[in-house]
Ligand binder design. Sequence first.
Ligand code: SAH
Ligand code: SF4
Ligand code: F3S
Length: 471
Amino acid sequence: MSKKLYIKTYGCQMNVYDSLRMADVLAPLGYRAAETPEAADLVVLNTCHIREKASEKVFSELGRLRQLKAARAESGGRMMIAVAGCVAQAEGEEILRRAPQVDLVFGPQTYHRLAALVTEAARSEAGVIDTSFPSESKFDHLPEEARPQGAAAYLSIQEGCDKFCTFCVVPYTRGAEQSRPAAAVLAEARRLVAAGTREITLLGQNVNAYHGEGPGGAGPGGEVWGLGRLLFALAEIDGLARLRYTTSHPRDMDDELIAAHRDLAQVMPYLHLPVQSGSDKILAAMNRRHAAADYLRVVERLRGVRPDLALSSDFIVGFPGESDQDFAETLRLVTEVGYAQAYSFKYSPRPGTPAADVADQVPEPVKAERLAMLQSLLAEQQIAFNQGCVGQELEVLFEAEGRRGGQLLGRSPFMQAVHVAAPARLKGRLLPVRIESAHPNSLAGRLSEAAGEIGGAWRDARDAGVMEVAS
Ligand code: SAH
Ligand code: SF4
Ligand code: F3S
């Protein structure tokens, strides 16, 4: 019997990946995607706990869902509500206390058991909770069958974090660092490519700390692969045109990974490498285990092998103890690096993390002022970077139809969104685009006639029958 499933995803790309896999786990139970929560028999909120705002959103959404659930019950039906992800892991039973309309609470490491959990919750009067950190890895129990993700896909290769930055909940919500075996990653990548994927983004909270069992197995003589080694192996997959990975820690950019940026055309010239702060005092208080100069050295090495590398980062302003001088050092680092884009946040004290209990909290108005200053500098850099692309020819992977008719939306090698007038049949293709204009958050261009200049794109264009090809 067909039932309807609606999953709302908050937070990072790992949650996006997890949501896709939850749908795969529930498919054999007859669950198919619903367009809206109103139409769903099971609504899953896959939540994020990283900042207070993120986790509070969940409770306001649960308020709305309570009304939908009540309306459904009045008409004799039943809607089940599940809370998954990092808020589920962090708050567990507290969720059932605050929101008794919830039927099921489960953490990021237990959703391979979702079919059994849903069945149990359907029978039970009280809410069902599974926020354990099981000894088995969910990845060994997820179905091989996955719905195709399209031209650009996510693939989780590493989970959890052992770094314990003093502001961060991730080590508590996701658990200890764990890497999937290389063979499993390669097999999943091949399946994605066979289903039409051209670009894979490898995911992990600390993706460049990846240390997976090599294809030879764990036994004597078995090897451990780092991310660099894994990228070299993935680059061998025919038809896989682009590789990205996120999120990286500056301390884990090792020689082999830098060599992958140097030697592999598939590794895109864009890297999200969060620094958080430019002040050594604050970096130490954050337990980041690197100084500003270490970060700058890593950037220099990367740009030494890939001069066109575009960089992105995360920043926290108003971390406890941050002085005007510390903040000025962050601005100085931003000026020195020059970012193509970045995310920045006001420090949000999180229960259970060491920094939350420090006395020296920065007042809210100071945080707001610093955030505005930082964001205006970052926005200037982003606009300058985008404008520098005007007139260039960039390869664009078309991922979706644009909001306006006759338009496709794709990504440049540097992760910029690119709007192009193009027929829908080119979705999924990688094509050269002449960039004509730049906006703060996107580029616009037209399909290039000089397609022959770019190898892979040239073949794509020929295969798509949109370009005359003289052979
Ligand atoms: N693993 C990544 C980051 C994961 S969390 C890394 O090590 O960089 C994503 C971003 O959220 C962080 O980079 C940080 O900038 C921000 N963040 C995490 N905890 C926060 C907090 N308590 N307050 C504000 N921002 C926070
Ligand atoms: Fe959080 Fe730090 Fe781990 Fe990143 S490295 S997930 S910021 S504890
Ligand atoms: Fe949020 Fe959990 Fe990701 S806290 S950022 S969803 S790892």
